[in-house]
Design a protein around this ligand. Structure first.
Ligand code: NB4
Ligand code: NI
Length: 188
């Protein structure tokens, strides 16, 4: 099973490299690894297992975080409407995105970053992503809000981009004018 010792930390060269496409159909080895990455996320969200193996909780994990420069990541989360996203993706591509931006009001963290980096991480509010999933199906996902944020965090890892690269250095909590938080109920 994947544990925290398998996750590389900032400073590791693979975290700032553009990862290679995965040959499709994927090899047994690549499919098994992506399944293990999804299982890590499920384990990390299980209090007992997380405590037993000292796992930091995660809703996403990308292969470069295991030191493997491969274009694949797994996600395991429920969005604010209760829709569950739990799968692995090979060679994801963002084929379109909104002009409008969004961000998590709590900021972001990363399993490859063992420090707090305060600030808003502006991301596209809506994206359309294509990929091949764990079952080998070609999928087209239309994502918005929290789901769009999670997928963009993982997609960035495939291009060597860390969440803090998006934070405004001068004013970390400045809100771009075309941006709204995705995890705060909009009263108006
Ligand atoms: C990726 C996320 C950072 C922001 C938002 C959140 C957690 C991560 C990093 C967007 C993507 C990992 C991958 C969480 C978490 C909410 C759901 C269900 C019950 C606990 C779990 C906690 F753990 N980020 N960690 N960071 N990354 N929400 N949740 N909860 O997932 O570095 O590249 O179990
Ligand atoms: Ni990360």
């Amino acid at each position: 099973m994947i544990t925290m010792k398998d996750i590389v930390l900032e400073g590791h060269p693979v975290l700032t490299q553009v990862a290679q496409e995965v040959q499709l159909p994927p090899t047994e080895e690549d499919t098994e690894l992506l399944k293990k990455m999804l299982q890590f996320l499920k384990n990390s969200q299980d209090e007992e297992i997380a405590e037993k193996y000292k796992l930091r909780a995660g809703v996403g994990l990308a292969a470069p975080q295991l030191g493997l420069s491969k274009r694949m990541f797994a996600v395991h989360f429920e969005d604010l409407d209760g829709k569950v996203y739990s799968d692995g993706y090979f060679n994801p591509k963002i084929i379109s995105h909104s002009v409008e931006k969004t961000f998590l009001s709590s900021g972001e963290g990363c399993l490859s970053v063992e420090r707090e980096v305060p600030g808003y991480v502006p991301r596209y509010a809506r994206i359309t992503l294509t990929a091949t999933n764990l079952a080998g199906e070609k999928v087209k996902l239309r994502l918005r809000g929290y789901a769009a944020v999670v997928f963009q965090h993982e997609f960035d890892h495939l291009n060597g981009i860390m969440f803090y690269d998006h934070i405004n250095k001068e004013e970390p909590f400045s809100i771009p004018n075309n941006a709204k938080p995705c995890d705060v109920v909009d009263l108006d």
